[in-house]
Write a new protein. Sequence first.
Length: 95
Amino acid sequence: MRMNWKQCVWVVAMAMCFGLTGGTARSATSASPQEQHDQDYSKNKNYQVGVRDGRDDNAHNRDHSKKRKFKKDEDQKAYESGYQSGHQGNQPDHR
């Protein structure tokens, strides 16, 4: 009976340990997606191309006429963010 008590304590201790490390891993990764949404792409050349394409499509009453593909995900995100801003007319002209 004494052996079962030690095993029970060991299992509870391990469960608590996994719970603590899993909680910290989740809190560390939860900050990352929020940072991605708050990024400022305004100085990114792909963002500026997206704004230009978005404005052009908006002026000609088109919906995403150019389907540009980029090798890096970050470049694609910058372009899409710029396109949406330009198409909606949210970006001031930086000329």
